[in-house]
Design a protein around this ligand. Structure first.
Ligand code: FAD
Length: 524
């Protein structure tokens, strides 16, 4: 086996699929016999929606969202729309997200902002619950023929230099590479001896959907008190509680009805009664940590195994899916033997800064959520700012992920960004051409100049020609990041393209169809 992925959560599933698309033999080991029913993420951001779009999975996610909006809508219609600070939003509104429980008003956001307008296809994000997303991804993995070995727990590992010997509850497994996508309490991270520095938790949160005997005594939206905060909605019976009284004594104990009810009573100051839990409730903290390295020898980490933080602002799953998209094709290239030198290093250097930013984004929300007078005063200031057009637009851009950028060489403004939704003259979208993975070159020169250069990398790069327009050329990595772009067609542009092709796709498989140029730093 070329690669073994530990964990069939959303990140492990995306990673395994990307590896398979790049030609690697991959398997998933998962300790649970059945998928977890625990309630977690409720939404995906723009880069995640675009990743699904890139693999032809967005339509299915949109169907999930429609069903979700039906459920949310029937509840939301009973309440006035009251953002920010309130939790309910009219059905059909654009999805915006929240900062520390302050829901962002879609009507305030400047949707013509260039960063937001460039990603029209996914329209801010999607209300797609994690459980349904995992089902959708499991189908994708099954169609790619990837074995998912359930009921198999990883218990030890030995990096032998040319591979990894994994100890599991089903016996030893040999693999070329091992990727831990095994969640926040990652055994792979611990067994590989990778440090996990960060800040300690100061709160305990709960998420549950429950039958409530007397729901009318709960206020709508987020409500703060000196003990913490709670939110009722946006679906019937859905409650979130936050208490600033330290982390739970036992994080592994199952979450009971009594525990959620006691917490809700404390933060709401009511004697609300829960009669039953629907599904498995979740307990979480604001433990915020990031792995000291995402890569050690033959072992790599992705998703929660590489970073944990509180769920405020809905970032963890999205961050992990981004890790998987970034790592999949790079590790696939290493396995296939064409990876240019240092390619795998860029997984850590590109993803670590974003992970650190997400940790700080969630820490900042804790700062305004505490029950003390100073935090309450700061919350008022932030709420005021988020009630402005600039403030709401800033926060939506951050939360939706449209400003994410990888620091890559080159002057063109598209380089390092996720490729915008480009419509082509034949009516298709650029993304429609990338369902099978691999690099995509959009060539808009009158005579196919760039496609002729890229022909030397056939098998790794597919070219799409689209008449004559600006930008004249865009090279898109399999993870959707623009590796090179140009508005011109001259020798400097060709030189820049070929440098980018060398940098990202290694040595050509044949000679370019014109006089070769030396690889140099890409230019825009
Ligand atoms: C209440 C809550 C709300 C959230 N809301 C959002 C949100 O709105 N948006 C968002 O982006 N994120 C959100 N998150 C975060 C999101 O749920 C996580 O970031 C996401 O689950 C991480 O996915 P993962 O695949 O890395 O890990 P996990 O989902 O934890 O999957 C890890 C898998 O590895 C398996 N495993 C563990 N150890 C072993 C082993 N030794 N051997 C074999 N298998 C093993 C586990 O059984 C599990 O299936 C939320 C989280 C919580 C708790």
């Amino acid at each position: 086996m070329d690669v073994t992925v530990v964990g069939a959560g959303p990140v492990g599933l995306v990673l395994a699929a990307e590896l398979a698309l790049s030609g690697a033999a991959v398997q998933i080991l998962e300790r649970l016999a059945e998928p977890s029913e625990a309630m977690k993420a409720g939404a995906i951001n723009v880069p995640t929606a675009e990743a699904l779009d890139r693999r032809g999975l967005l339509r299915a996610a949109e169907q999930v969202q429609r069903e979700m909006l039906e459920r949310v809508g029937s509840f939301a219609r009973t309440a006035d729309d009251q953002p920010p600070g309130g939790g309910r939003r009219a059905p059909g509104s654009r999805f915006t997200g929240h900062f520390a429980g302050m829901v962002l008003d879609a009507d305030l956001v400047d949707w013509s902002d260039p960063d937001l307008a460039a990603h029209t296809a996914v329209d801010g994000g999607r209300l797609v619950p994690q459980r349904e997303l995992e089902d959708l991804l499991a189908g994708h993995v099954a169609r790619l023929g990837i074995p998912v070995c359930r009921g198999v727990e990883v218990t030890s590992l030995e990096d032998t230099g040319d591979g990894v010997l994994i100890g599991t509850t089903a016996g030893p497994v040999r693999t070329g590479w091992l990727v831990g996508c095994d969640g926040g309490r990652s055994a792979v991270r611990r067994l590989a001896g990778i440090d996990f520095p960060g800040t300690d938790p100061e709160l305990t949160g709960h998420l549950a959907v429950a039958d409530i005997a007397d729901p009318s005594i709960l206020a709508d939206g987020w409500v703060w008190s000196t003990r913490g905060a709670y939110r009722y909605g946006p679906q019937p019976g859905r409650v979130v509680t936050v208490e600033f009284d330290g982390p739970p004594a036992d994080r592994s104990a199952p979450v009971t009805l009594e525990e959620v009810q006691t917490s809700l009573r404390r933060v709401s100051g009511t004697d609300v009664t829960l009669t039953a839990l629907r599904g498995a409730a979740t307990r979480w903290t604001d433990n915020a940590r990031q792995a000291a390295t995402y890569w050690s020898g033959r072992v790599l980490l992705a998703g929660d195994a590489a970073h944990v933080h509180s769920p405020f602002g809905g970032q963890g799953l999205n961050l992990g899916v981004g890790d998987a998209m970034n790592l999949g094709w790079k590790l696939g290239a290493v396995v296939a033997g064409w990876a240019p030198e240092g390619l795998l290093d860029t997984y850590d250097t590109e993803r670590r800064p974003l992970g650190a930013w997400v940790l700080d984004w969630t820490r900042a929300q804790i700062g305004v959520m505490r029950g003390d007078a100073k935090s309450a005063a700061l919350r008022e200031v932030v709420a005021d700012l988020l009630s402005t057009r600039e403030g709401a637009t800033y926060a939506v851009k951050k939360i939706s992920g449209v400003t994410q950028r990888v620091d890559l060489p080159g002057d063109h403004p598209l380089i390092g960004r996720h490729v915008p939704d480009l419509r082509l003259r034949d009516g298709s979208r650029l993304v429609d051409h990338g369902h099978g993975g691999g690099f995509l070159l959009l060539d808009r020169t009158p005579d196919g100049t760039f496609a002729r250069s890229a022909a030397a990398w056939a098998g790794r790069v597919s070219s799409v020609t689209d008449g004559h327009a600006t930008p004249t050329g865009v090279l898109v990595r399999p993870d959707g990041v623009v590796a090179w772009a140009s508005d011109t067609t001259g020798l400097a542009a060709i030189t820049g393209l070929e440098a980018a092709l060398h940098r990202w796709t290694g040595a050509p498989t044949s000679s370019p169809e014109h006089e070769a140029v030396e690889p140099v730093e890409p230019v825009g």
